[in-house]
Design a protein around this ligand. Structure first.
Ligand code: 7RM
Length: 636
């Protein structure tokens, strides 16, 4: 009996029940049947959410790249592993076979070794969506180095913070990147960041755009000549199940970004198993996830999950709007994509452009459509279903997080009947709970509450790099003995979940998590600014947009200062990146506060969303007069 590929709803419930009653047996069977281990585990699971401590497959020895590469060579060595589609449609696609991928990863692993990188060292990867990004990730995993990929849209300050937080020794980057009709000077950003990173001793540079860049003597090297010289075999490092595989930063509602630490065996087992089921993956499929590998979606469902299954994973360098809004559909048609996985913000942006961009292309290869990153609204869901899936491809609305490593709540195509805006049912092994504000679990259906998970799953993050206490405080202190997701959810009459959104100060803009605190910190750096508060408000395409309320040190004529608006956004771009720029900035005489001095964001959120009458309970307000002033001058 193989419980690897779930085929219908009855089987789902059967597998799910088993995964809850006998979690260790359940995961052990999957781990045993589908992966290669140098040594078997001594114990499947050990856990204690009060510490918190979670260990899966303790005692096992493995290398994840052996599972993603070597074991495929004999049976599918000439099959395409990575199908690279460049930004420029006139540049040829690259079909990188498992054999070629293996050789290129091994070469890169040997280069890293010759640069002095050893097991446990941290390597920062700051690259655009080019094949070298996948090679670099796997090369680190090959030698047991811990990769920390930083999305190449982050600014030099954000990059420096991340490099220093986990003390990376080496950075892999490129001269620049293509983004639609523009190029971006990535190496320049790295140079600026490294002025603040004394411990980075070497930088390996991929030549992507053939630009003239400065190479710092003794620190910077072009990667290609080193690869040309390197041997194409590198014995995989033997890793413990719980050895860290990677660090990936995610924004918190306060403080600096959190370096989520994922470990080897559990992450591999869970991402591979979810990939296969959620996309109903079959050997001949061409799978495409449009995310950037700089986010968890790309780590788990462009690189590790698909490759562990021997799949063909499309990697797209460009943007949905270049050369025009038909690009995604052109690629689906060109490569006969069978599974397509994207974000609601992309769907909404494409829906706005009209169907003529779709009609030119044959989308009949598609079997499964996926969405991830934020709640999908009903209109976008139907547009996707009607125009892309032609009502015959199930939509998997997959809910999960950087912290969870893999998809947690999602339909299983052809098994779970879908329902617009619902992520539907927990994946086998996942035990959700809805909690009320007093910390009690809410049982039964047709209820809503805060979404927690009450039992460990293999791919959960094990800690925050260098700050286990923050890990405990953030995720395991709000509700006793449970992992708190930070999201709110409701459960309908049949037990389907609908994620309603964040209940903390994280705002999801175009699918990117942004903490309000770091943006406010950036604004407050401006010499003219006294105080600021950021809230989200609904936006047609981005899901949420950012509204900033800013008070100035010098009052007087403060309301219309477009230069100041530009300067503030410039500061945010420098400190975080363009994704965090504010859509609207209102200068105000003051911010509404409670008697204890807390900014009442709830009120600001309502005003930014266009609410003018029902502001809820304002009885604890210290300064009601500012609310009227803010409402009178709200930006439409
Ligand atoms: C994979 C990813 C995590 C946050 C999460 C939610 C939101 C993600 C959905 C969703 C509703 C979904 N990781 N979120 N997927 N909300 N429906 N299908 O996005 O760490 O970047 O973000 O994203 O709020 O907590 S993430």
């Amino acid at each position: 009996m193989s419980n690897y590929h779930i085929k219908n709803l009855e089987e789902y419930y059967q597998v799910y029940r088993k995964s809850v009653r006998f979690p260790e047996v359940f995961w052990e069977e999957i781990a045993e049947e589908h992966f290669q281990w140098y040594k078997r585990w001594d114990k499947v699971l050990e856990w204690d959410f009060t510490k918190p401590e979670v260990k899966w497959f303790q005692g096992a020895k493995l290398n994840i790249t052996e599972n993603c590469l070597d074991r495929h060579l004999r049976i599918r060595g000439d099959k395409t592993a990575i199908l690279f589609e460049p930004n420029n449609p006139d540049e040829p696609s690259q079909h990188i076979t498992y054999k070629q991928l293996h050789a290129r990863v091994n070469k890169m692993a040997n280069v890293l070794k010759s640069e002095g990188i050893q097991k446990g060292d941290r390597v920062c990867i700051y690259l655009p969506m080019i094949p070298e990004l996948a090679f670099a990730i796997l090369a680190c995993a090959r030698i047991g180095a811990i990769h920390s990929v930083v999305f190449a849209g982050f600014s030099s300050t954000a990059l420096a913070t991340r490099i220093n937080d986990c003390d990376c020794k080496l950075v892999i980057t490129s001269d620049g990147s293509y983004r639609g009709s523009k190029t971006i000077d990535l190496k320049g950003i790295v140079d600026e960041a490294l002025e603040k990173c004394p411990n980075v001793s070497s930088v390996l540079v991929v030549n992507r755009i053939d630009s003239k860049i400065e190479m710092k003597e003794g620190r910077d090297k072009w990667l290609q000549p080193l690869l040309d010289e390197a041997f194409d075999e590198c014995t995989p490092e033997v890793m413990d199940a719980e050895d860290p595989l990677f660090i990936l930063y995610t924004s918190g509602s306060t403080g600096k970004p959190k370096g989520m630490v994922h470990t080897t065996a559990g992450y591999m087992v869970y991402t591979a198993y979810t990939f296969k089921n959620i996309f109903q993956y079959r050997e001949q499929d061409i799978y495409w996830c449009t995310a950037d590998i700089g986010w968890i979606t790309g780590h788990s469902y462009i690189v590790y999950g698909p490759l562990a299954n021997g799949a063909t994973s499309v990697m797209f360098e460009g943007v949905p709007s270049y050369p025009d809004f038909g690009r995604f559909w052109e690629i689906v048609d060109k490569h006969k994509v069978t599974q397509f996985y994207t974000a609601p913000t992309a769907i909404r942006a494409l829906a706005k452009e009209g169907v003529e961009h779709i009609e030119k292309f044959d989308l009949s290869s598609l079997k499964v459509l996926g969405t991830v990153g934020e709640p999908i609204n009903e209109e976008a869901w139907h547009w996707y279903d009607d125009n892309i899936g032609k009502k015959k491809s199930p939509i998997v609305d997959t809910w999960w997080q950087t912290e969870t490593g893999g998809v947690m709540i999602s339909p299983i195509p052809f098994a779970t009947p879908t329902k617009p805006t619902y992520a539907t049912l927990p994946f086998p092994g996942i035990q959700p709970a809805l909690m009320d504000e007093n910390g009690s679990e809410i049982h039964g259906n047709q209820v809503d509450g805060r979404l927690c998970i009450k039992f460990p799953w293999p791919s959960m993050a094990r800690t925050i790099w260098g700050n286990h206490e923050r890990y405990r405080d953030t995720y395991f202190s709000a509700f006793q003995n449970k992992y708190f997701t930070g999201d709110g959810a409701l459960r309908d009459e049949v037990g389907y979940y609908r994620i309603t959104g964040r209940v903390d100060d994280v705002i999801i803009v175009s699918g990117h998590n942004l903490g309000t605190a770091p943006i406010e910190d950036a604004i407050n750096e401006h010499p003219a600014v006294a105080e600021s508060a950021i809230v989200g408000y609904p936006h047609d395409i981005k899901g949420n947009a950012l509204y900033g309320y800013v008070t100035l040190k010098e009052t007087g004529e403060y309301r219309n200062q477009d230069n100041l608006r530009k300067e503030i956004n410039q500061l945010i771009t420098e400190m975080i990146g363009p994704i965090a720029k504010l859509d609207k900035i209102q200068f105000t005489a003051g911010l509404p506060k409670t008697r204890s001095g807390k900014i009442m964001r709830r009120i600001l959120r309502k005003i930014a969303s266009g609410e003018t009458t029902n502001l809820g309970d304002t009885s604890t307000l210290l300064n009601p007069e500012v609310v009227q002033e803010i409402m009178d001058n709200v930006l439409k």
